[in-house]
Structure formats: structure tokens, C-alpha cells
Design a binder for this molecule. Structure first.
Ligand code: GDP
Length: 306
């Protein structure tokens, strides 16, 4: 029997690891962040669900880290000509998933059902589950007011100083039954390298999610998205600081310590290992930068063993 693995995933860093995990002989279920979902031109755009889907379908643009390889932007430029805002780079092929998804939701399907239909058409063999079917969106508090995560990071390029984060809808949102069942059955849960505040944070903000992780079938292990005092990419560092966490692998381990068994951190962060192990999270040292597919495959194997 294949090992049942559930991977909690955000965007670009997670996709690099998912590519490696999808090549392991495992039964893989991805639980994707929905906190960065947003509405544009009447469509529900789900960046993290879609990057997981495109990655596992083998059509993701690996260089850019988002969207579909070889996509064009004709619809977006025409939208611009017609006076619409175009700061979110939604490609022509990429938009097709959002068009169909929105139609499915209008016809009464859940986001889980809509995602399954799209992933099946793209030939994805692994399962992709949105963390919740309920509305759950991440907002960043800044001196200029509250900004949706996409407004903060994509439109404003992360320039406003973050003061804190709000997970709108978290008090009512519930992890889906499919997510609960996958976690209960899992032989291993992997927390992909993802922004702990804006990608994994929305899942943890839902009532009951941490309990599902604590009761998960197998060990819960994470690959740190941080090296030294910084993330490999993106705004994780300043958002961790805004939420009172130290922006390094020890801060990540501390945020996850209620449910985490082990964390893979970069060899250069060996001075943090002792501090992390004091929170009862075991530490594995490795080369955590993923430059190639083989790095992702190697780290996937290490996480399956950790
Ligand atoms: P973002 O912070 O908005 O980019 O949200 P994501 O959840 O997509 O975060 C991607 C995370 O992956 C970032 O925190 C990066 O530091 C991390 N990341 C990107 N590339 C790598 C890599 O090669 N190795 C590891 N370990 N983490 C990575």
C-alpha cells in the first residue's frame, strides 16, 4: 500500500516541493490555502489552488513561479483598454479555470467539487482539496488601512508597513469534511515551505484545524521557508514580525509547535537547532533551497523520512 501523504500548501515555494512529492510513489493529497482567493471581473480567482493544480498537471510556469507556461495576456490587455484594473497578471489560459470555477459555484457546486472537476480535466492524478469551502480571506493591516493580501503584495508590491493580519471569515469557516478525513487517514502530513502567516496561517485560524493536525494519523513535518533571518522569497519575514514572530526557522517552528513533530531547516541555521528542539520539535538539517526538480525530489524524500 502506498504511503498516504497530505501536504499543506501555499504558492510558489510549495509548488517546488509538490513537484518533488508528485514524483514519489505516494498517495498525495494537497490541502491548498484559500486565504489569497479574490474576486476579479466577476470571477473567483484562487491562486494557490491553481498553482497546485498547474504544477501537478505539469503545465505550471516554473520560471515565473505562477500561472501557466506559455500563457498570453490578450484578455487582460483588452480589459485594461476597457478601463479595468489589471495589476493582477491573470493570463488567458489561467483565466479559463476561474471562468469555469465561477460557473460551477453559481450552479451550486462547492469549491472542493469545482476544483476536482478542473483538476480531473487537466489530468491531475493527485487530490487537491481547498482548505475550506467557506469564505476565508487574508487582510493585512497597514498605516494606510486594511488591504486584501493581493492588494498588499501584488498591487502595492508589499510597500506599506504591515502592522498585523486579519483572517476574515475565520470564525465561521470550517475545514471541509474531505480535509478532515484526509488528515485523519494520513501516514504523514507535510507543511510545505509557505508563508506561515498568509498561506498556512488562514488554515490554522479556522476553529478545529490545529486539532485535526494534532490528531493526524502520522507525523507532521515541515520544510522551513526561511534561511537565516529571511524567507527565500516573498513577504513572510515582515509579516511574521508584524505578528510577533521572529522571522527565522525558529519562529516558524514556534508558530507550528502545537502540532509539529519535526522541521527540516537549512544547514546554515544549525545555531537555531537547539532552540527549536526545546519546543519539542525535532530538527533535521539539509540544503533547503530548491533550484531544480532534483532538489525538490531530494527534499520530498527527506520529509517522508523525517
Ligand atoms: P508568499 O510569501 O506570498 O510568496 O507566499 P507563499 O506561501 O507562496 O510562500 C512561498 C514561501 O516559500 C516563501 O516564504 C519562501 O521563502 C519559500 N520558498 C521559496 N523558494 C523556496 C526554496 O527554494 N526552498 C524553501 N525551503 N523555501 C522556499
Amino acid at each position: 500500500m502506498k504511503m498516504k501523504v497530505v501536504a499543506l500548501a501555499g504558492g510558489t515555494g510549495s509548488a517546488k516541493l509538490l513537484r518533488g512529492l508528485s514524483r514519489a510513489k505516494i498517495d498525495l493529497t494537497v490541502v491548498a490555502n484559500v486565504g489569497d482567493n479574490f474576486w476579479a471581473y466577476g470571477l473567483l480567482v484562487c491562486p494557490d489552488v491553481d498553482i497546485a493544480m498547474y504544477t501537478l498537471a505539469g503545465i505550471a510556469d516554473r520560471e515565473r513561479g505562477w500561472g501557466i507556461a506559455g500563457d498570453t495576456f490578450a484578455v487582460l490587455s483588452q480589459l485594461g483598454r476597457l478601463g479595468a484594473e489589471t495589476w493582477f497578471r491573470l493570463g488567458d489560459m489561467d483565466m479559463a479555470a476561474s471562468l469555469l470555477r465561477t460557473g460551477y459555484l453559481r450552479r451550486g457546486l462547492t469549491l472542493t467539487q469545482a476544483t476536482a472537476k478542473l483538476a480531473e480535466r487537466l489530468g491531475v492524478n493527485d487530490k487537491i482539496l481547498p482548505a475550506t469551502d467557506d469564505s476565508l480571506q487574508t487582510y493585512v493591516r497597514t498605516p494606510r488601512g486594511l488591504l486584501h493580501l493581493q492588494e498588499f503584495w501584488v498591487r502595492e508590491k508589499g510597500r506599506p508597513r504591515p502592522i498585523g493580519v486579519e483572517y476574515r471569515g475565520a470564525s465561521r469557516a470550517k475545514p471541509t469534511r474531505d480535509v478532515g478525513e484526509a488528515l485523519a487517514r494520513a501516514d504523514r502530513v507535510i507543511v510545505c515551505p509557505a508563508n506561515p502567516i498568509t498561506s498556512i496561517g488562514p488554515m490554522l485560524a479556522m476553529r478545529g484545524f490545529e486539532r485535526l493536525l494534532s490528531r493526524a494519523g502520522g507525523r507532521v513535518v515541515a520544510l522551513s521557508p526561511m534561511v537565516g533571518k529571511k524567507p527565500f522569497s516573498g513577504p513572510a519575514g515582515k509579516l511574521m514580525k508584524a505578528e510577533g514572530l521572529r522571522p527565522d526557522s525558529a519562529g516558524v517552528a514556534r508558530r507550528y509547535s502545537r502540532f509539529l513533530d519535526a522541521i527540516v531547516i537549512d544547514r546554515g541555521d544549525i545555531p537555531l537547532a537547539e532552540e527549536i528542539e526545546r519546543t519539542r520539535v525535532s530538527c533535521v538539517l539539509s540544503d533547503t533551497r530548491m533550484r531544480s526538480l532534483s532538489d525538490g525530489e531530494r527534499l520530498a524524500r527527506e520529509l517522508l523520512r523525517a
